[in-house]
Design a protein. Structure first.
Length: 560
């Protein structure tokens, strides 16, 4: 592995700007005029006592701006700079996708091949249609997410060392999919773990070695490598941190040697070299980039906004090709705006940073806001009487996924939990918009039938929710659920006990988690929801576990 050149800032000037201007006078003048305002976006991190972020911007493939804000190491007093090496999180998925597409273009595989052709350890699932390579790339396979599986199985990230073999074994244990192949989009890190294994089996080389040969070295990405050995010494690597309880920071480094879905160590400069090659390829050819930017299409004909390791969308009227990432305390955002020939990378070493949010004002400063008339973010809405809004507020449950939405009336409008206190835009008295993200429509409540809410996310299928009132169960009713439950797919035991007005669950030797009833046989906690099942005699026989990227893992009751 190539060693990294020593940063000129390693023991030198803290937080100094490294500014590179394009030869074009207009762009040189623009960045000179806006540099102060760009720096202001990162002002909260521009300190010697805080982790922070590194910003890199290219125009026409040439450096426009580079600067580090905050510290790479609080212990050693080393500042972040453009030479700092940080981890990409899920931004890495496009590199795994590029490796797979390269093998397909070389005739070594087809993206429409069944995955089991190369990885027979993956279960058949009995779903009729096979899981294909393309479905893994588009997150439409239905394969359950490995990190969610480990978490609900009581193996918390950061406390257990994970290897490729351990992660693959968890994926192979699953007996069912989240949904029939290619019927939905649901993000799954397991898909890209399997793709990394597929590259190894088809090419005869680990993804780390294949990537170096096919694109890292040819593109001059000398700072970039996969974290296939968490113990490896990496020159200029910035430490990752998270806010500590009571103030300050704690170290939050990834404790694993798993890569493919994440695990790429890199710099802003190398990420921008990669972006430029996707826009103007000199390595790999144009067909690879075009394939990666082809959005997926579900079996119902609906097109999703995800290509192969890339989100393809629009940001205030501008075409945006992007991905964000998070692992440990690292946070990353990489984006291209092809029509404006602008490319941006932000890498942070603080878990509370949000580089995608930080990127928006930077892009607006450089390109200007180009909001298109009639786009979702420009909707003005109508006034709806508060009495009618109160009638729509409450809890709504999606039986297919056990997802819960909570709507409340705040600041004179209807708000959705998880999206702040900003009111939804009312398009009519029963149709509302979360600008740029989703539209909500309500069916009227009728006698004997709960009110139905239909949530249509941008480029995603409709999810149907039903209004559910607050429910209260007696101690005798709660006692019916107490017992020991085992999942073969997780190799985990849940101990369930009745407590106060709900249930408590202990996973292995972990801490108790409180669950509250949603409906009489469904209980929800912070990490997961349990849907209990009864046998013919009316007694509880087990439950299905729902946790976002993992749906309906079956547990069987083993005893009281």
């Amino acid at each position: 592995m190539s060693s990294l050149p020593r940063s000129p800032y390693r023991w030198g000037l803290a937080l100094a700007a490294n500014l590179a201007l394009l030869p074009a006078p207009a762009w040189g003048q623009l960045i000179a005029e806006t540099a102060g305002r760009v720096d202001q976006v990162f002002a909260a991190y521009n300190r010697t006592d805080s982790p922070g972020c590194v910003l890199g911007v290219n125009r026409d493939g040439l450096p426009l701006y580079r600067r580090g804000y905050g510290m790479a190491s609080l212990e050693l007093g080393v500042p972040l700079s453009e030479h700092s090496v940080l981890e990409s999180g899920s931004v890495a998925k496009q590199f795994t996708a590029a490796a797979v597409v390269s093998l397909a273009l070389a005739g070594k595989l087809s993206l429409d091949d069944p995955v089991r052709k190369y990885i027979p350890e993956l279960p058949d699932y009995g779903s009729g249609a096979p899981v294909t390579v393309r479905m893994l790339l588009h997150h439409t396979s239905g394969v359950r997410d490995m990190w969610t599986l480990f978490t609900v199985g009581g193996q918390d990230l950061g406390t257990v060392l994970f290897s490729m073999d351990r992660a693959l074994a968890m994926v192979y244990r699953q007996k069912a999919l989240n949904f029939p192949p290619n019927s939905q989009f649901l993000y799954s890190n397991s898909g890209f773990l399997l793709l990394a294994e597929l590259v190894r089996r088809v090419s005869g080389k680990p993804l780390a070695e294949y990537s170096q040969e096919v694109f890292f070295r040819p593109l001059g990405m000398i700072h970039t490598q996969w974290r296939d050995d968490w113990n490896r010494v990496v020159p200029d690597r910035a430490t990752a941190y998270a806010p500590a309880n009571g103030g300050g920071f704690r170290v939050d480094m990834p404790y694993m040697s798993v890569y493919g879905a994440g695990g790429l160590l890199t710099t802003v400069g190398d990420l921008l070299l990669w972006n430029e090659n996707l826009s103007n390829p000199r390595v790999g050819g144009r067909p690879r980039g075009e394939e990666m930017e082809t959005r997926g299409r579900l079996i119902n004909g609906r097109q999703i906004d995800y290509g192969l390791g890339l989100f393809i969308g629009n940001q205030v009227g501008r075409r945006e090709v992007s991905h964000s990432g998070a692992t440990g305390g690292y946070r990353t955002f990489l984006a291209r705006y092809p029509d404006q020939r602008l490319s941006l990378a932000i890498v942070c070493n603080l878990a509370s940073a949000n580089p995608a949010t930080l990127a928006r004002p930077v892009v607006d400063l450089l390109l200007g806001t180009t909001q298109q008339a009639g786009s979702p973010a420009s909707a003005t809405g109508i006034a709806v009487p508060e009495s009618e809004l109160v009638a729509l507020a409450g809890r709504y449950r999606a039986p297919a996924t056990e997802d819960i939405l909570r709507l409340a009336v705040r600041n004179g409008g209807l708000t959705l939990d998880g999206f702040g206190n900003t009111p939804l835009v009312a398009l009519s008295r029963d149709r509302f918009q979360l600008p740029g993200l989703a539209e909500l429509s309500f069916d009227p409540a009728t006698a004997g039938k709960p009110r139905t809410l239909r949530l249509v996310r941008v480029d995603v299928d409709t999810t149907v929710y039903q209004a559910v009132p607050e429910v209260s169960l007696s101690p005798a009713q709660l006692a019916e659920f107490a017992g020991s439950y085992y999942s073969e797919e997780l190799d985990a035991t849940y101990q369930v006990a009745a407590r106060d007005s709900g249930l408590v669950v202990r996973v292995g030797e972990g801490a108790e988690q409180k669950l509250v009833p949603v409906v009489p046989e469904v209980f929800r906690g912070n990490q997961f929801t349990l849907r209990f099942a009864r046998g013919k005699n009316g007694r509880i026989t087990g439950f299905g576990l729902f946790a976002g990227r993992v749906l309906d893992i079956r547990f069987a009751r083993r005893g009281p």
